[in-house]
Design a binder for this molecule. Structure first.
Ligand SMILES: Cc1ncc(COP(=O)(O)O)c(C=O)c1O
Length: 405
């Protein structure tokens, strides 16, 4: 069937919540994707920061196939070995003490919010605690996750959203301090804001929020759903800052393609928050995803993925800085590790650039206010960075010429 026929069929039966790029993807190999026509694409999006190991990683695929033949699902009423192993490895890698596996990032945020509220409730016996979240944040699409997402466009149609949430300016400690009161139970923020436009937390800001939380008995929730799992150059971005959260949310690259998220916490929060009956999931942490997470963590350790990210991200940053020097419509480069953004002038719409890049065989996505987002598989090499830059130069040349003032 022709790709256009597939796309028409999709639009007849699937809910139109996405304006999809006009390709039908078929398979992947390494850091490349192929469409149904056999056209090859260099992937600098990784399925929105999911495919950390790229495509077709043999050892990972074998582990999944083995688990399919053995046991897919049991429910959380029973123990299963792969998930017990995954939990131990994830706690070790993240520096946290206890984990709850979910099916998505959004659900990890839901759990994190519930844990923080229950902790505060158990402490003072009162409900109605408040949360401080950040402007321009993104934490997911369920009602609880939307309630802490600082983007009016996503929120407004669904208001009122649950709970009392106040929004502070990211990287502005005084604005967080100004919102704290005796009902505040948690501050939630992305260690690196993703959807909002690729803004890493400033070290003094993160350290200041942590100190404030400690002084006031407030929990710090870090959302590392996008920036975690090696992308920052550390297994979790907080480890690079040296600012440990009380609760950590994780997903995306955790399963490298198998849908899984997790929220983790310190022993102190675990002791004082969710107890049997307070939270649950049918699928979360089933043996299949347990096998995936366990193998992902083994491969990260064996292949030294965070160290590779530290090295290769220097080259990516240099390359992006070089592009910025060459093209005056690139206003800024921001990012941490293999989570980078180029902010473009308003006359050069990032969406148009990413669509044109696709035509030239490069998969790129956008973020925030006119930002090109670079979140490639963590296994890219210098040759892939060079290839990306060459395609982007071609696209800028084609597009920039018409569009420059
Ligand atoms: C920082 C952050 N939090 C939460 C989410 C929601 O995760 P999911 O789409 O898996 O529900 C995302 C997704 O992009 C994200 O980037």
């Amino acid at each position: 069937m022709e790709p256009t026929a597939w796309m028409e069929q999709a639009e007849q039966s699937m809910l139109h919540t996405y304006n999809r790029y006009q390709i039908v993807l078929d398979h992947g190999e390494g850091v490349y994707l192929y469409d149904t026509e056999g056209k090859k694409y260099l992937d600098f999006a990784a399925g929105i920061a999911v495919q950390a190991l790229g495509y077709g990683h043999k050892e990972y695929n074998e582990a999944l196939k083995g688990q399919v033949d053995k046991l897919l699902h049991t429910s959380n009423l029973y123990y299963n070995q792969p998930t017990i192993e995954a939990a131990g490895k994830l706690c070790k890698a993240s520096g946290m003490d206890r984990v709850f596996f979910t099916n998505s990032g959004t659900e990890a945020i839901e759990g994190a919010i519930k844990a923080a509220k229950k902790y505060a409730y158990a402490k003072d016996g009162c409900a109605g605690h408040e949360i401080i979240a950040m402007e321009h944040s993104f934490h997911g699409r369920s009602l609880g996750a939307l309630s802490v997402t600082g983007n009016a466009h996503y929120r407004e149609p669904f208001e009122p959203l649950p709970g009392i949430v106040k929004f502070a300016e990211y990287n502005d400690l005084a604005s967080v301090e100004g919102l704290v009161n005796e009902k505040t139970c948690a501050v939630i923020l992305e260690t690196v804001q993703g959807e909002g436009g690729i803004y890493p937390a400033e070290p003094e800001f993160l350290a200041g929020v942590k100190k404030l939380c400690e002084e006031k008995g407030i929990l710090l929730i870090l959302d590392e759903i996008q920036c975690g799992m090696g992308r920052s150059g550390h297994m979790f971005a907080w480890q690079g800052y040296g600012v440990k959260p009380d609760i950590l949310a994780c997903a995306k690259a955790l399963g490298c393609g198998v849908p899984v998220g997790a929220f983790l916490m310190t022993e102190q929060v675990a002791e004082g928050s969710l107890k049997p009956g307070d939270h649950g999931t049918t699928y979360g942490g089933n043996p299949f995803v347990g096998a995936a997470v366990s193998k992902v963590l083994d491969i990260f350790e064996k292949e030294g993925i965070p160290k590779h990210v530290q090295e290769i991200s220097v080259y990516l940053e240099e390359t992006l800085e070089q592009l910025k020097m060459e093209y005056p419509f690139i206003l800024a480069r921001r990012g941490l590790g293999l989570m980078q953004g180029l902010e473009l002038a308003p006359e050069i719409p990032a969406g148009e650039i990413s669509a044109k890049a696709l035509g030239e065989g490069l998969i790129l996505i956008t973020a925030g206010n006119n930002v090109l987002r670079f979140v490639p598989p963590l296994v890219i090499g210098k040759e892939h960075v060079d290839e990306m830059a060459a395609i982007l130069r071609k696209v800028f040349h084609l597009t920039g010429k018409d569009m420059l003032p």
